[in-house]
Design a protein around this ligand. Structure first.
Ligand code: SAH
Length: 674
């Protein structure tokens, strides 16, 4: 029973390793052939198939399977090869190598480990592995030269004796680097007796290589502090890797109980807090930003929340949380257009119910906390809202408005086509009409602000949205960068209008995707001319803005395969080796806050500024083409002030329809009878 279970787990693990980018079938097959559970102690057997390093005693670790796959593949092995491994540990990597090549020679400096690994390999029938207790930085001269050498501990340099024991044409794979930070995995190919070609395979984390041509002092390299860990997590296991990220990360056990005090201190007096997310369908991102937002509202008197949603739909939430209950049913269903799960979900529902309760008590003392949408995809609902407003206060003006907006009416089903038609001259542009409408509504301010300030404000913002949306659909045809910039500028200007509306020093929390909130100037998009809300905020508010990104390694996500497609619960692939996500994953911490610009370890901060990949999942997720569709080069510490990490995460919970039928007509998620 247990054997089959392990076999199944092993297959899944190999799929994870494949998902991380190891595609060499010979290597993957060798990993399927080696029972990893036999290489760890009994208590750790249940963890044997996590893609993580595990302790094996004497302060050492069994390498992470992905890393074993990566190094083995990098060594480009052939069946007749003779291979030297430095750092036997428990013998796992040696066993994997032995399935691929003819002979494996492996050296371990800790006697106990060498002895028990030797016995284990013999017992399991890996007869072509030879174990020796010695300082491996000196190699195994009697058996040299080798076709490949793999070093599974990190040294300050490539040990010269190993270079000499490499046959011409041979490959050496070794982690090299400074102990306080991650090492670089280096591959050296010996082209001639004095000709070594070196390539860097990316950042990794290993236990130290200690010996004559390695590090000298054991003690100096023990990680300074080991943060406490959740008993049930993949940890409960002490890490063997030195890891500077671990030292500064602030781990937490659950979103509900996480201590927010240090984060709130770092936020300080910032007036605008940006909270990003790496996908639009991950429950943890929604819950964590709700938790932080509640704290900002309760403890720092934040005035409103503004999100990446359409203005009129979000305004329904605003009415609800500020107790402007209007008993007549709404004319349209809020958040009913694709992607419905982005706002109509349990996580958002919880937050808006909380905010309604909070405002119930607060109304008497201060203006209630508002909730607004910054986005511009609601041209026709916004037209409808402007007309509705004018009908109530000025029927004549409503007639004029209907006339003007009539220009756009034929394009209701497909506003993008309007853009094309207007551009190529086959339809007249409605620009003048929509801009004139906006001017008219702005001019109304003077007369009406006294009695219907809020409704007028809503109508004005809708008129502005229509004008910006009209333009958006036209500039779309000039290219994606233009329309992206126009949209982000619209969102930023909406934020500014909201701050003016709430008072000059008012404080705002913004919820949007990382790609809108992380400073675009720190990304590959910035280099080609894109701007975003995060960058505009930084330029405008400077130190008064605090931006937070959130990310994950693997789990599930709610997303569609195509635009307008059905929502699916998709598996999120483990992160790619050259990503920031991979660095976070290698900390072995399940979840943590990572201060960046206000970190006490500025060396680490500057190292994290070196560009790497970062994953972005929107409402669409296409794992098959993940590298091209979802990874982008960024510089993390220039992008955000802080990062929140969830190693494993799960899909957001869309609202069931049953529940919606029970809501009062003024509930923002109420269904409407048609
Ligand atoms: N190959 C192992 C990894 C073990 S961790 C696996 O498959 O899991 C690295 C090992 O390198 C440790 O056991 C450590 O004791 C050993 N080591 C460190 N310095 C060494 C040296 N100079 N010579 C030989 N082994 C060394």
């Amino acid at each position: 029973m247990q054997t089959t279970d392990f076999r199944y787990q092993r297959k899944r693990l190999i799929e994870t390793v494949r998902g991380r980018g190891i595609t060499d079938e010979v290597v993957l097959q060798a990993m399927i052939d080696v029972p990893r559970e036999e290489f760890v102690s009994d208590e750790l057997r249940e963890f044997a198939y996590r893609d993580a390093p595990l302790p094996i005693g004497s302060g050492q670790t069994i390498s992470q399977p992905f890393i074993v796959g990566l190094m083995t593949a990098a060594a480009e092995l052939a069946p007749d090869d003779r291979v030297l491994e430095i750092g036997t540990g428990c013998g796992y990597a040696a066993a994997v190598l032995s399935r691929i090549v003819k002979e494996v020679y492996t050296v371990e400096r800790i006697e106990d480990l060498a002895r028990s690994a030797g016995a284990r390999l013999k017992r399991l029938g890996f007869h072509n592995v030879h174990v020796r207790h010695a300082d491996g930085t000196l190699g195994w001269p009697e058996q040299a030269p080798f076709d490949a050498i793999i070093v599974t501990a990190g040294g300050p340099q490539v040990p010269p004796p190993l270079l000499q024991q490499l046959r011409i044409g041979g490959r050496l794979v070794i982690p090299v680097g400074d102990e306080r930070t991650e090492q670089e995995l280096i591959r050296v190919v010996r082209r001639g007796s004095d000709d070594f070609e070196r390539t860097n395979l990316g950042g990794v984390l290993f236990v130290p290589l200690i010996g004559q041509a390695g590090w000298h002092d054991d003690k100096a390299r023990v990680p300074k502090s080991v943060p406490s860990q959740n008993q049930n997590s993949r940890a409960g296991i002490r890490p063997g890797h030195s890891n500077a990220l671990r030292d500064v990360a602030e781990p937490f056990e659950s979103i509900e109980t996480a201590n927010l005090k240090p984060l709130l201190d770092r936020i300080g007096d910032a007036q605008v807090v940006l909270i990003g997310e790496a996908s639009h369908g991950t429950s943890e991102f929604y819950r964590m930003r709700a938790r932080i937002t509640k704290a900002l509202i309760e403890q720092k008197n934040f005035d409103f929340v503004a999100v990446e949603a359409d203005w009129p739909d979000a305004y329904r939430i605003h009415d609800f949380v500020t107790h402007k209950d209007r008993p007549e049913p709404h004319a349209w269903e809020a958040f009913a257009r694709f992607p419905t799960w982005m706002w109509r979900n349990e996580e958002v529902l919880d937050f808006i119910h909380w905010l309604r309760d909070f405002n119930r008590n607060r109304r008497a003392v201060r203006r209630p906390v508002g909730f607004y949408g910054l986005d511009l995809y609601s041209m026709f609902t916004s037209i409808h809202r402007v007309l509705h407003y004018l009908k109530g206060v000025d029927p004549q003006a409503a007639a004029v408005a209907r006339e003007r907006y009539g220009c756009l009416a034929p394009w209701q089903q497909d506003p993008a086509t309007y853009g094309r038609a207007a551009l190529n001259g086959s339809y007249r542009s409605c620009e003048r009409d929509v801009v004139q409408m906006l001017r008219d509504l702005v001019a109304r301010q003077v007369h009406a602000a006294v009695n219907d300030g809020e409704d007028l404000f809503d109508a004005q913002l809708n008129a502005r949205l229509v004008a910006d949306a009209e333009r958006y659909y036209r500039v779309m045809y000039y290219g994606s960068d233009e329309s992206w910039n126009h949209r982000d500028r619209h969102m930023f200007q909406t934020l500014q209008l909201l701050r003016r509306h709430h008072g000059d020093k008012s404080k705002a929390v913004i919820w949007e995707h990382n790609s809108h909130l992380g400073n675009a100037a720190a990304t590959q998009f910035g280099r080609r001319g894109q701007i975003n809300v995060g960058q505009l905020c930084r330029e405008e508010f400077g130190e008064d803005v605090y931006s937070i990104g959130q990310g994950t390694d693997h789990g599930t996500v709610a997303a569609a395969t195509d635009w307008e497609g059905e929502m699916e619960i998709k598996s999120v692939r483990p992160s790619l080796p050259e990503s920031y996500e991979q660095l976070m994953h290698l900390t072995e911490l399940n979840q943590f806050f990572l201060p960046l610009t206000k970190s006490r370890d500025q060396t680490l901060t500057s190292r994290l500024a070196v560009p790497r990949l970062e994953r972005a999942i929107g409402v669409i997720y296409r794992p098959e083409t993940e590298r091209q569709s979802h990874y982008f080069e960024v510089s993390l510490t220039k992008q955000f002030d802080e990062w929140i990490w969830f190693d494993e995460s799960s899909a957001v919970h869309p609202l069931g329809t049953q529940k919606l039928a029970d809501y009062e007509p003024w509930h923002p998620f109420a269904a409407i009878d048609r």
